[in-house]
Ligand binder design. Structure first.
Ligand code: FAD
Length: 443
């Protein structure tokens, strides 16, 4: 069955933050856009902590006030470590650019639905419960998409351009056999929402807390309604040791880390504990004459710096320029595509350096005693705030921070090398521990 008119300008696969954003921008320009989303909104999604530099994008989309209404203000990140007596709070207001002092913690079912309805209000046609099954490219003609709805009916549509925003399913990357797992990084997360988790009073109530542990690290993300998202990110070698249910394993992991056990003393899960694994990958292609990959559909590295939604929205904004250039058959298309790919890779690269070293002892030492020599602290805070697309002069202070890190690692070579080799071993060990995860409920 064909849907609506035979051919449209753009079909977006997936109505998550990336898909809804690009659809809103293109529909606003008068393009005929359809968004095909397999799971109807509102729906659970992990990834609830936003970054300050995402807020101008939400303002541009016209949804900032709505997000503020459902969000909890996050002024900073608190760092906890079992090896340090006191925690450290890093405030975004102390970054190089002091004009973005806070972000929001959001329940993703609410946040994603706001963005999705917004693209519909801008004129995009949204189809929920429609799962794309195949995309066929032809040399000269339009792209053909085949999808199936929840009652098993097949939909066929022709479009001039296709945007893959299918998230970690990485639909096109998988179909084109271009999805690659990250050989440098490998971990999994076990998480749920809880009531009764410790919260600071006043301005610090909405901070994200990141706590290192011997098994990986934890996040604590407070919501406006008093509940809290808590997740344990663990090494594959540790996950392989799991014996009981995911829930009992989660609590066992919390108990192994005294500062977390303290914060969770009175906590109770309000949803089932679930797990997700093998989440670090990228695709070896990002765009073609009739398609682009945006957000997680292109790559995802790690949740530790809460950069996923920020990178997804930025790639949607740059991606919209590529789609426009392609639809206009502009002579600048090649240059626009190049700039899109460069900026997406730059964002991912900025976070990757920090992500790969986050659990190194030298890194922890630097973060637990932040110093602002040569504006290093301000520059690191700028990265944490999402200022990664060249707006602030971070290059020199970040270079100095990296040098300092390597000096610290060289001063204590044994513990840093040991941790490095352990992580490398984990990065190459996928099969057995993904089996371990699938014994519980995965997300
Ligand atoms: C454990 C964990 C914790 C995280 N924490 C954070 C955090 O605190 N902050 C943060 O910013 N990011 C976080 N992230 C990352 C964040 O969740 C993602 O980067 C973000 O959701 C990417 O948005 P997206 O629109 O690209 O993909 P998604 O949000 O995944 O949206 C993709 C959409 O496509 C739909 N879809 C998939 N396949 C098809 C198909 N075949 N047909 C139709 N529809 C389809 C899906 O149903 C989905 O709605 C975390 C990730 C993980 C794994």
């Amino acid at each position: 069955m064909a849907t609506g008119s035979d051919i449209c300008d753009v079909v977006v696969i997936g109505g998550g933050p990336a898909g809804s954003t690009i659809a809103a921008l293109l529909a606003e320009k008068g393009r005929q856009v359809e968004v095909w989303e397999k799971d109807p909104h509102p729906k659970f999604h992990i990834g609830e902590s936003l970054l300050p530099h995402t807020l101008p994008i939400l303002r541009q989309l016209g949804v900032l006030q709505e997000v503020e209404n459902i969000g909890m203000r996050k002024y900073g990140a608190e760092l906890l470590s079992p090896n340090h007596r006191d925690s450290v709070i890093l405030y975004f207001g102390e970054a190089l650019d002091k004009s973005h002092p806070y972000a929001f913690q959001v329940r993703r079912s609410d946040f994603d639905e706001i963005l999705f309805r917004n693209c519909q209000e801008n004129g995009a046609i949204v189809r929920e419960g429609l799962e794309v099954k195949a995309v066929q490219f032809s040399e000269m003609g339009p792209v053909t998409l085949r999808a199936i709805d929840s009652s098993g009916r097949t939909f066929i549509k022709h479009t001039r351009f296709v945007v893959d925003a299918s998230g970690r399913q990485a639909f096109l990357g998988t179909q084109l056999a271009r999805k690659r797992r990250n050989p440098q990084h490998n971990s999994a997360a076990i998480f749920s929402h809880f009531e009764g988790v410790f919260r600071h009073p006043g301005k610090d109530a909405g901070n994200i807390t990141i706590c290192w542990s011997d098994q990986g690290w934890f996040w604590i993300i407070p919501f406006q309604d008093g509940t809290t998202s808590v997740g344990a990110v663990c090494w594959p070698s540790y996950l392989k040791s799991r014996k009981g249910t995911l829930e009992s394993f989660f609590w066992e992991t919390v108990r192994k880390c005294p500062p977390m056990a303290d914060r969770m003393r009175e906590a109770k899960a309000v949803r089932p504990v679930v797990a997700t694994g093998n989440y670090s990958y990228h695709c070896s292609v990002m765009s073609g004459p009739q398609f682009i990959l945006i957000g997680d559909a292109f790559a995802f590295v790690d949740p530790v710096f809460s950069s996923g939604v920020h990178l997804a929205l930025n790639s949607a904004i740059r991606g919209a320029e590529v789609v426009e250039a392609a639809l206009q058959e502009s002579s600048g298309l090649a240059e626009t595509r190049k700039e899109f790919e460069r900026s997406v890779r730059q964002g991912i690269r900025m976070y990757s350096w920090f992500i790969y070293r986050f659990t190194q002892p030298a890194f922890r030492t630097l973060f637990m005693a932040p110093k602002n020599f040569f504006r290093m602290k301000e520059a690191v805070l700028s990265i944490l705030a999402g200022d990664v697309f060249g707006k602030s002069p971070t290059t020199l202070p970040i270079f100095l921070f990296k040098c300092l890190y390597y000096i610290m690692a060289a001063i204590h070579p044994r513990i840093n090398l040991r941790q490095y080799w352990l992580r490398q071993g984990d990065a190459h060990d996928t099969q057995t521990w993904t089996d371990t995860l699938s014994r519980g409920k995965s997300q």
